[in-house]
Design a protein around this ligand. Structure first.
Ligand SMILES: *Cc1c(COP(=O)(O)O)cnc(C)c1O
Length: 388
C-alpha cells in the first residue's frame, strides 16, 4: 500500500552530495570559484567533447547559443513542437522566427524527412539554425542532421536536456555519445531537479568549436573579457573590456558542487532508468491498449521520461492522480501556445504532434523509484484498463 504521492520525476540527493555542497559554504567562493571549472572539466571528460560552459539554467544555455550564433530578428530557426517551450524561446529572445517541424510518430522526435522537405522548399541558407530535441532521452540521428547542416548551411544546436549519456549508432556502427561535439555545433543541457543531474537550477553548453565556445563564455558573463587577445588595449592588471551585450547567466559554486557530485552517479542513474523502462515494457507487453515507447536497438536511451500512449488519456490521468500517482502530460505542443499562435501557428498545423499530445502520459521515471512504487503504478494502470 502506497501512502505518499509518487511524482513523475524526482531528484536523488545523496549524503556525498550534501557534503560537497556544505564544503563550498565554508570555502572562499560562493560564485566564480574553482568548482564550476571542475564540473566543466568532468563534463567534458564524460562526454568526450572539447569545451563545456556551465550556466544558470537550460533556458539561459539556449539563449546563449542564439547569441553565440549571432541570431538576429527575423532569422528562421526550426525546432520541434514536442518540447518544453524553452527550446523555441531561447531563440525568440533574439528575435528569431520559429518554424516548427512535425514529429515522427514512432520516436516522437523531429521527423527528419519532414525537415528535409522544409529545407528543400527554400533556397539554401534560409534557415539559420535547427534545434532538434532528444525528447524523453531518445537521441536523434545527429549524423544525418550534420549532413543536412552542411548541405543547407544551418547551425545544428541539439537540445539534449533530456539526454545526458544517451548514445546513437553512426553509419559505421560506432556508438556516439550525445554532446561529444562530433556532429552538433552546440549541445545544451539542463540541471533542473527533474533532469538526470540535479543542481537546483543549472545548465551547460558543450562544443568542439573554439570560436563558438569563446562567444558562449563571453555572453555568459556580461560580454566582458580579460583575454589580451580579444582586447583593444590594456591599461593594467585591473583592466577588462566589455565586447558584447552579455548577461549574468553564471551559476553558483554550490550548484556546481551538487552537479559535480551527481555527475559521478550518472551512469548508475541511466542504468536504473533503463531497468525501470524494461519493467514497464514487460508489464504492458500484452496490453495493446497501453502503447509503450518505441526504441531502436542501436541506441542507448537516457529515459528522462517514460511516455505511454492510451486512448482515454484524461481518464487515466485522473484515475492515477486519485491513486497518488502524479503522472504528467508532456508536452502541450509549443505551436498551440497562445504566444506562438500570434505568429499564425494553429491547431491542425502539426497533426503528428497533436495526435501524440492527445494520447501521451508520462509514468513515474526516476532512479530512486522503488520496486514497490513501480509495482503500484503498474497495478493501477492495469486496474484502470480492466474497468473499461
Ligand atoms: C528542462 C528543459 C529545458 C530548460 O531547462 P531549464 O533548466 O528548466 O531552464 C529546455 N529544453 C528541454 C527539452 C527541457 O526539458
Amino acid at each position: 500500500m502506497i501512502t505518499k504521492t509518487i511524482p513523475y520525476g524526482h531528484q536523488y540527493v545523496s549524503d556525498e552530495d550534501i557534503k560537497a555542497v556544505m564544503s563550498v559554504l565554508t570555502s572562499d567562493y560562493m560564485t566564480q570559484g574553482p568548482i564550476v571549472g571542475e564540473f566543466e572539466k568532468d563534463f567534458c571528460n564524460y562526454l568526450g567533447c572539447k569545451y563545456a560552459r556551465m550556466v544558470s539554467n537550460g533556458t539561459a544555455a539556449l539563449h546563449i547559443c542564439a547569441q553565440a550564433l549571432n541570431i538576429k530578428p527575423g532569422d528562421k530557426v526550426i525546432t520541434t513542437p514536442i518540447t518544453f517551450v524553452a527550446s523555441a524561446n531561447g531563440f525568440r529572445y533574439e528575435g528569431a522566427e520559429i518554424v516548427f517541424c512535425d514529429i515522427d510518430p514512432k520516436t516522437f522526435l523531429m521527423d527528419l524527412d519532414k525537415l528535409e522537405d522544409i529545407l528543400k522548399a527554400s533556397p539554401k541558407g534560409t534557415y539559420k539554425a535547427v534545434v532538434p530535441v532528444d525528447f524523453a532521452g531518445y537521441p536523434i540521428d545527429e549524423e544525418r542532421l550534420r549532413a543536412l547542416a552542411d548541405e543547407y548551411g544551418f547551425y545544428l544546436v541539439v537540445d539534449a536536456c533530456h539526454a545526458p549519456g544517451a548514445k546513437f549508432s553512426d553509419s559505421k556502427g560506432e556508438m556516439q555519445l550525445v554532446g561529444n561535439g562530433k556532429f552538433a555545433d552546440l549541445t545544451v543541457y539542463s540541471f533542473h531537479p527533474v533532469k538526470h543531474i540535479a543542481a537546483g537550477e543549472g545548465g551547460a553548453i558543450t562544443t568542439n568549436n573554439k570560436e563558438l565556445f569563446d562567444k558562449v563564455a563571453l555572453f555568459t558573463s556580461h560580454g566582458i573579457t580579460k583575454n589580451p587577445d580579444l582586447m583593444t588595449k590594456c591599461d593594467g592588471g585591473w583592466y577588462y573590456e566589455m565586447l558584447e551585450l552579455g548577461h549574468n547567466y553564471r551559476i553558483t559554486e554550490m550548484q556546481a558542487a551538487l552537479a559535480k557530485s551527481q555527475l559521478k552517479r550518472l551512469d548508475w542513474s541511466l542504468q536504473r532508468r533503463n531497468e525501470i523502462a524494461c519493467k514497464y515494457d514487460e508489464a504492458f507487453a500484452n496490453m495493446p491498449e497501453v502503447r509503450t515507447p518505441y526504441r531502436a536497438n542501436d541506441i542507448f536511451h537516457a529515459f528522462h521520461l517514460y511516455m505511454i500512449q492510451v486512448d482515454d488519456r484524461k481518464g487515466l490521468y485522473d484515475f492515477m492522480h486519485d491513486n497518488l500517482v502524479h503522472v504528467q502530460v508532456l508536452y502541450i505542443p509549443a505551436h498551440t501556445m497562445p504566444y506562438y499562435r500570434q505568429f499564425g501557428w494553429k491547431e491542425g498545423d502539426m497533426p503528428m504532434a497533436e495526435n501524440y499530445y492527445a494520447h501521451c502520459l508520462a509514468l513515474p521515471m526516476f532512479p530512486s523509484l522503488t520496486d514497490e512504487e513501480q509495482n503500484w503504478v503498474i497495478t493501477k494502470v492495469k486496474e484502470f484498463m480492466a474497468r473499461k
